[in-house]
Design a protein around this ligand. Structure first.
Ligand code: GLN
Length: 491
């Protein structure tokens, strides 16, 4: 198995080791064009723009600047706008859409010296848990090509796990950073709602969406998070609180940290091997001095019905703008405005996206609003209160991320409900607005194939620095990050 170079080591190589500023970015483009394409992880690689970014970085370095992510290539989920590059959201309706501006996270990455190198595959409009809902082909898991890397940020997770890029940006509305991280043995952070600007993120569920990093190491996730977090006047929901430096205490360990163990995140419904991994992680953290506290998050079973009402309701409104009139693909043969809308949307949006729009429109329609949307909002409050009560007694909670390891491609496509249930342990953090981090805890054996397991940590709003610190301990007790996946890059 081939060894990887972390983003931190890349930046150090560029800043002090005499490595050319464009070296890792060019290598990443090459790896995305080969391994990344083979996996179905990549939608676009723009070498011209990459070279322009490298040239800009070279100038800054010559002027004595020392940006923290100098020369680090970053893969970008294709629902994050990059100037004059295609931002398709994995959808036919945006197949020809070139964003007229950079998302704030792209500006911030570039300010930190990072080089965005490619747009990565995803479930259409981030709706899905397997990256099988992309209009541009499925993405495969580099640990086992017959399995999904998870979704919706499957391309981002696969590209990182395969060693094409050291880090990537994903988005997480109900688990789309964390579930792919768990399935591919990568680190994934969903920040607190409003911690990272969503300006330039194509909206799915506006009260749930967050952008966050996928990385191989907790330190790399912390560095990317530090670069992109913080107030942005162009996103009214972004929080003004100062960003705590996640690197300052990263190595401080877990002595005295109160770790809550919610039984709902270790229930019988979870694969026994995953449960055992989480329990072993808990034992190892306790041996390092963590204080264990039993807690309960009793409304957890309601997370899925609540999420699939709130998220679809918001999506039905957000996606109304994708009508093929101002941007995206317009179908031929329309006779009037209505038929034009119907044709564009009927042909441009895939079956899962149409299903969500129908569900959301139904939940918001008069006569049903109280029964569904209003009730879901009440349960959402109860879910948030569960966490408040737990965090009165502990600093973070720990549990499984997914009920199963990476499942097979095609296994759940015929049954949307089964697919939705993959989010049972991740959707609550979005509904409550709290941060959550997934860190690999080794691999398990599935009929001779090694499949990664990811442990999930959740903390109160704005506790990212503590989560990353505890996450670093999880990484340490499992002997460091996982190697590049077996079907990843070889050199
Ligand atoms: N799998 C969930 C869904 O399909 C979550 C998606 C996401 O977080 N973007 O809605």
């Amino acid at each position: 198995m081939s060894q990887f170079i972390s983003a931190s080591a890349m930046a150090e190589g560029v800043l002090t080791g005499g490595v050319a500023p464009g070296h890792f970015a060019r290598q990443a483009c090459q790896r995305l064009e080969t391994t990344g394409r083979e996996l179905g992880a990549v939608l676009d690689v723009n070498r011209t723009r990459m070279e322009a970014r490298v040239a800009a970085l070279e100038k800054r370095l010559a002027q004595g600047e020392r940006p923290s992510l100098a020369g680090v290539p970053v893969g970008i989920k294709d629902n994050i706008c990059t100037l004059q590059e295609r931002t398709s959201c994995g959808s036919k309706i945006l197949e020809n859409y070139c964003a007229p501006y950079d998302a704030t996270v792209i500006e911030r990455l570039e300010a930190a010296g990072a080089i965005p190198v490619g747009k990565l595959n995803m479930d259409e409009f981030a709706m899905g848990s397997s990256t099988e809902n992309s209009a541009f082909g499925v993405c495969r898991n580099p640990w086992d090509l017959q399995r999904t890397p998870g979704g919706s940020s499957g391309g981002a997770a696969a590209a990182v796990a395969a060693g094409c890029v050291p880090v990537a940006l994903g988005s997480d509305t109900g688990g789309s950073i964390r579930q792919p991280a768990a399935f591919t043995g990568t680190v994934g952070l969903k920040p607190t709602y409003g911690r990272v600007s969503r300006y330039g993120l194509v909206a799915f569920g506006s009260s749930l969406d967050q952008i966050g990093p996928l990385a191989r190491t907790v330190e790399d996730a912390a560095r990317v998070y530090a670069a992109i977090a913080g107030r942005d006047d162009r996103d009214a929901t972004s929080q003004a609180a100062a960003v705590e430096d996640p690197l300052a205490q990263l190595e401080a360990g877990v002595r005295g940290v109160r770790i809550g163990v919610p039984k709902e995140y270790l229930s019988d419904a979870i694969d026994g091997r995953i449960r055992e991994r989480v329990q072993e992680t808990i034992r190892r953290l306790a041996a390092e001095g963590a204080i264990l506290v039993d807690v309960s998050l009793p409304h957890t079973p309601y997370a899925i019905p609540t999420y699939y009402i709130v998220a679809t309701a918001e999506a039905s409104s957000n996606l109304a703008r994708h009508d093929g009139m101002h941007q995206g693909v317009r179908a031929a043969g329309s006779t009037d405005l209505l038929s034009c809308y119907l044709k564009n949307r009927g042909q441009g949006l895939g079956p899962e996206v149409q299903r969500r729009i129908l569900l959301g429109t139904f939940c918001l329609s008069s006569g049903y609003y109280d029964a569904y949307y209003d009730r879901a909002m009440r349960v959402r409050t109860l879910l948030a209160q569960d966490f408040e009560q737990a965090f009165a007694r502990c600093d973070v909670v720990i549990g499984a991320t997914t009920p199963t390891p990476a499942f097979r491609l095609g296994e759940k496509t015929a049954d949307p409900l089964q697919m939705y249930l993959a989010d049972i342990l991740t959707a609550s953090a979005n509904l409550a607005g709290i941060p959550a981090l997934v860190v690999p805890a080794g691999t398990i054996d599935e009929g001779g194939t090694a499949l990664p397991v990811g442990v999930q940590l959740m903390g109160p709003a704005l506790s990212e620095a503590l989560l990353l610190r505890v996450g670093r301990s999880v990484e340490r007790v499992w002997d460091g990050p996982l190697p590049i996946a077996p079907h990843g890059v070889r050199s």
